[in-house]
Design a protein around this ligand. Structure first.
Ligand code: AMP
Length: 543
């Protein structure tokens, strides 16, 4: 082998914050704090405080590879923890506070977190859980002494007090780029959560990929506000891609309602934002009620679940925003595909592009994907054949943390996503279902997502979920469980009529059920399993 004559520079997370300080030092990071006010500083300040924290972690006795937990909203202190831990060879373990308390205790103990940093809003949660968290050496409240509430929490430290005691000189160590950098547990709907352990290398490659023009298109001319939490797959990688590209960053803290987000969009000149459909639903309602029009926002990233067509239309047609529909998962750091048109689409109208935009997008470089049938045979990329979606690449998990390798990781190097999808000849992937949610009728598959999308396009429908109900002849038949919008009326017959002409006859739901609300997971996805349990003994009208 003739070896290339290039320098060996390991891809390390510390390089990101150093780059941001050196070349974008006066670019701002603005945070709505849990204390209630707005905090602003720069990448230069962020790096300085990150070094203070790295020294504090050292003084606390943290050793390479130790996991440091966080229970925190999106904010500048959380950002400092991201960089101080990973940069000094520790693992930043972000914990989703919306999980059930037992799951949180399980996660902290499974990860063996040495220290747990938390926003003061989570103090009552930790006070209740503390007896189960004996392995945690200390709990660090992310606030200053003045805002530290009285508490029964044992081993309590104060973040700002820790930093005050430190020096801002810290040399980031150099180490192997495959070293673990952060840890995030998936909020599976069954069984215990599973840990995905990211590396410095995977994080940097993922950041490069998501900043690309056909992905999030991030640059030093952008001001990005991640609504997606830093405890959910590292806010989709934005806290790393921002210092890489020199973006201004705006953190919304705990306030994710339409009015609070809109205020930050306007005050800070936000150009890009990212979040799940549930958040955007509330935002659009607020915009409509207040006759608001965004003045600087031009890109809205929607991922985590499929957006209804009406949402995409509204952002594009009513508010002039580009919608970047993205798909991925915790196991994929998370970004796998993003919607962007191609050169061949240059003359297409917005209306012509809409069906493409509703698909989950094209793979970004670094992600390889295929769909397979039950015999493991790859299916054609014709936009029609659908099968189990598998992926592979340098930022896709090869095994869960401290667990035996499971069937989802195949011997030939693919990861089964658990999604069912089509891929068309241009590479646009469309999710038709979760493999466990697909409705199997007479040996054929009915896409629950397709039914839900149609139902959600009805103006009176706030949310809809399609599930399979046992049927003596067909094995399973679909029903639609619907939540109506406040003050809107919709009858069973009107709901069924909405499907006429939009789907094949045999996809027609056999019944409609109205509920006041649907059960959701900690990451805002409808809990189909709960719904299926609830409707386990449901008898269809024609059964
Ligand atoms: P999580 O690991 O919690 O991010 O969940 C990942 C799962 O969310 C994926 O496997 C998909 O089932 C679902 N998901 C993510 N993005 C989308 C999307 N754009 N459309 C439909 N489902 C999505």
């Amino acid at each position: 082998m003739l070896t290339g004559l290039m320098m060996h520079a390991p891809l390390q997370i510390s390089a990101l914050i150093q780059h941001a300080e050196r070349w974008h030092g006066d670019t701002e990071i603005v945070s709505r704090r849990t204390e209630g006010d707005i905090h602003r500083y720069t990448w230069r300040d962020a790096h300085r405080r990150t070094r203070l924290l790295a020294n504090a972690l050292k003084r606390l006795g943290c050793q390479a590879g130790d996991r440091i937990g966080t229970l925190a909203w999106n904010g500048y202190r959380h950002l400092e923890i991201y960089f101080a831990t990973s940069g000094s060879e520790l693992v930043c373990h972000t914990i989703n506070p919306r999980l059930f308390p037992e799951q949180i205790a399980y996660i902290v103990n499974h990860a063996q977190d040495q220290y747990l940093f938390f926003d003061i809003t989570f103090l009552p949660l930790l006070e209740a859980l503390a007896p189960q968290l004996g392995g945690v050496k200390a709990f660090v409240a992310m606030t200053d002494r003045d805002h530290l509430p009285d508490s029964s929490l044992p081993r309590l430290l104060c973040y700002e007090t820790l930093l005050e005691a430190e020096d801002d000189q810290f040399e980031w160590p150099s180490f192997d780029e495959n070293t673990a950098s952060s840890l995030c547990y998936t909020s599976g709907t069954t069984g215990n959560p599973k840990g995905v352990l990211y590396s410095h290398r995977s994080t940097l490659l993922h950041s490069l990929a998501i900043a690309l023009p056909d992905a999030l298109d991030l640059s030093a001319r952008d001001c990005v506000l991640p609504v997606v939490p830093m405890f959910h797959v590292n806010a989709w990688g934005i806290p790393y891609a921002a210092p890489m590209t020199g973006c201004k960053l705006v953190f919304p803290g705990p306030k994710l309602d339409g009015a609070s987000l809109t205020e930050l969009f306007e005050q800070e000149g936000v150009t890009v934002t990212a979040g799940v459909p549930t958040v955007w639903l509330a935002l659009l309602q607020h915009w409509k009620q207040t006759d608001y029009r965004p003045s600087t926002l031009n890109r809205v990233v929607i991922g985590g679940a499929a957006p209804p067509e009406s949402m995409v239309r509204s952002f594009v047609q009513d508010y002039g925003c580009h919608v970047l529909h993205a798909w991925g998962m915790s196991e994929m750091s998370p970004v796998g595909t993003v919607y962007a048109p191609k050169f061949k689409h240059k003359d297409a109208t917005q209306e012509q592009l809409l069906p493409l935009q509703l698909k989950q997008g094209r793979p970004v470089f670094g992600v390889d994907m295929r769909i397979i049938d039950a015999n493991n045979t790859p299916l054609p990329h014709d936009g029609v054949a659908f099968g189990d979606l598998q992926v592979r690449g340098p930022w896709i998990c090869s095994q869960y943390y401290e667990r035996e390798r499971g069937a989802e990781h195949s011997d030939d190097g693919w990861f089964s996503t658990g999604d069912v999808a089509t891929i068309d000849s241009d590479g646009y992937m469309q999710i038709t279902d979760r493999s466990k949610d697909v409705i199997k009728s007479g040996g054929e598959w009915i896409s629950s997502i397709a039914l839900e999308n149609i139902m959600m396009s009805h103006p009176a429908v706030a949310e809809a979920a399609a599930i399979g109900i046992r049927h003596p002849k067909w094995d399973e038949r679909p029903i639609l469980v619907i939540v109506r919008k406040n003050g809107q009326s919709l009858s069973r017959e009107e709901a069924l009529a909405w499907f006429e002409g939009k789907i094949a006859k045999w996809w027609m739901p056999n019944d409609i059920v109205f509920l006041d609300e649907l059960p959701h997971t900690a990451t805002g996805k409808v809990q189909k399993l709960k719904l299926r349990e609830r409707f386990h003994d449901y008898v269809l009208p024609d059964a």
